[in-house]
Design a protein around this ligand. Structure first.
Ligand code: DMJ
Length: 449
């Protein structure tokens, strides 16, 4: 599947950010700006490397050496470029030892730094790589920056300081952490919106799915990547998860554990596909949890994995919808037409893989195999892999996008699920939110503040 996805992109979309597998041409979205930055190449590199596809990896490396240039007049998403490009380049560097990847990661990071020039130091969502002018998404509440965006920079930025000795990256992300620590949190929950001019929360909407998700993930992973010395990060994670469990996690009438969304004091009994990553996060955070609750968090991870598997199993295509409800007799099914799509997302498979690593229960491989078969049957087309618009229709239509995260995450987690634990052991590697593995750092008390 990786060969088919890569070869198709190589043939029809080379150098573009993504591929349109039906139209057989390049594709892009506003997160990458107007420029052709080869997002799929950068995102896929480490997967190619891990799978032993070395000719393809070399091809990608050559393109990067000759074409990847960040001096372009393009307004990009700081978060997306960080997790896909900086994360992808750093992982490729650590795995292969090729300097070019480190050099490019640092060049790009320099271009992102102007995004932090706000009255509070909370970065803008977007920055123009040439002018350095930043701004926020027009749709975000009250001109706010997004928790899952400014809260998902820590891993990559600490690695950048580690590799270059330049403290600037570390200081930027630690400043965000310190600012958040001082703020009041309604019910102990972090709202998804924070205004970078005033330093005030926007709408009180809390989510472990879109807009919130990887903020929580990076608190845990900051602790793990510091060889468990960053206890401040661990404590912040534990406190956040405790509040989430109290206010957002419920059991449906049918006995399915789900994570809802908190909107202005009201629990919405809806869970996103994106939220399904949390099963893996709970399992990953079980060891080291307070009051000896490791067993509890592993169990919670297993329950979320089960619920998310049900969301797949209750469809016609055996692929999960973008969002599903637990309301008025509904259990783990999408209601609205615009929530029935599957865009090759990885989160459910990510959780299967973590649960497999921690339990070796064969059901996780079985569930992963079901997903492989469904993706291969319904998403494979002659020009690559495409998302589908309705997982409840036996005659689905395609969205004609092969997302770069399909190669970075979905196929990587599937490959790892069927590989030995010796491949990228979790004691030594921490995966960024785009599944790019970064090594645990042994900092020996180093601090760059
Ligand atoms: C990926 O880009 C990352 O996993 C991100 O954290 C959220 N979701 C997409 C894939 O679904």
């Amino acid at each position: 599947m990786m060969k088919h996805a890569w070869d198709s992109y190589r043939q029809y979309g080379w150098g573009h950010n993504e591929l349109k597998p039906i139209a057989k041409k390049g594709h892009s979205t506003n997160i990458f700006g107007s420029s052709q930055m080869g997002a799929t190449i950068v995102d896929a590199l480490d997967t190619l490397y891990i799978m032993g596809l070395h000719d393809e990896f070399k091809d990608g490396q050559e393109w990067i050496e000759q074409n990847l240039d960040f001096s372009v007049n393009a307004e990009v998403s700081v978060f997306e470029v960080n997790i896909r490009f900086i994360g992808g380049l750093l992982a490729a560097y650590y795995l292969s030892g090729q300097e070019v990847f480190k050099v490019k990661a640092v060049q790009l990071a320099e271009k992102l730094l102007p995004a932090f020039n706000t009255p509070t130091g909370i970065p803008w969502a977007m920055v123009n790589l040439k002018s350095g002018v930043g701004r926020n998404w027009g749709w975000a509440s009250a001109g706010s920056s997004i928790l899952a965006e400014f809260g998902t920079l820590h891993m990559e930025f600490v690695h950048l300081t580690y590799l270059t000795g330049n403290p600037a990256y570390y200081q930027k992300v630690m400043h965000i952490r310190k600012l958040l620590a001082k703020m009041d949190r309604p019910n102990g929950l972090y709202p998804n919106y924070l205004n970078p001019r005033t330093g005030r929360w926007g709408q009180h909407h809390t989510s472990v799915g879109g807009l919130g998700d990887s903020f929580y993930e990076y608190l845990l992973k900051a602790w793990l990547m510091s060889d468990k010395t960053d206890t401040e990060a661990r404590k912040t994670y534990d406190d956040a998860i405790e509040a989430i469990e109290r206010h957002l996690i419920r059991k449906s009438n049918g006995g399915l554990t789900f994570i809802g969304e908190w909107k202005n004091g009201h629990l919405e009994r809806k869970m996103g596909h994106l939220t399904c990553f949390a099963g893996g996060m709970f399992a990953l955070g079980a060891d080291g949890s307070p009051d000896d609750k490791a067993g509890h968090y592993l169990q919670l991870g297993a329950e979320i994995a089960h619920t998310c598997h049900e969301s797949y199993d209750r469809t016609v295509l055996k692929l999960g919808p973008e969002a599903f409800k637990f309301d008025s007799g509904l259990e783990a099914v999408a209601v609205r037409q615009n929530e029935k799509y599957y865009i090759l997302r990885p989160e459910v498979i990510e959780t299967y893989w973590y649960m497999w690593r921690f339990t070796h229960d064969p059901k996780y491989r079985q569930w992963g195999w079901e997903a492989v078969q469904a993706i291969d049957k319904y998403c494979r087309v002659s020009g690559g892999f495409s998302g589908v618009k309705d997982v409840y229709s036996s005659n689905p239509t395609y969205d004609d996008v092969q997302q770069s995260f399909f190669l970075a995450e979905t196929l990587k987690y599937l490959y790892l699920l069927f590989s030995s634990d010796e491949l990228l052991p979790l004691e030594n590697w921490v995966f960024n939110t785009e599944a790019h593995p970064l090594p645990v750092l042994h900092l020996d008390g180093r601090c760059w503040m």
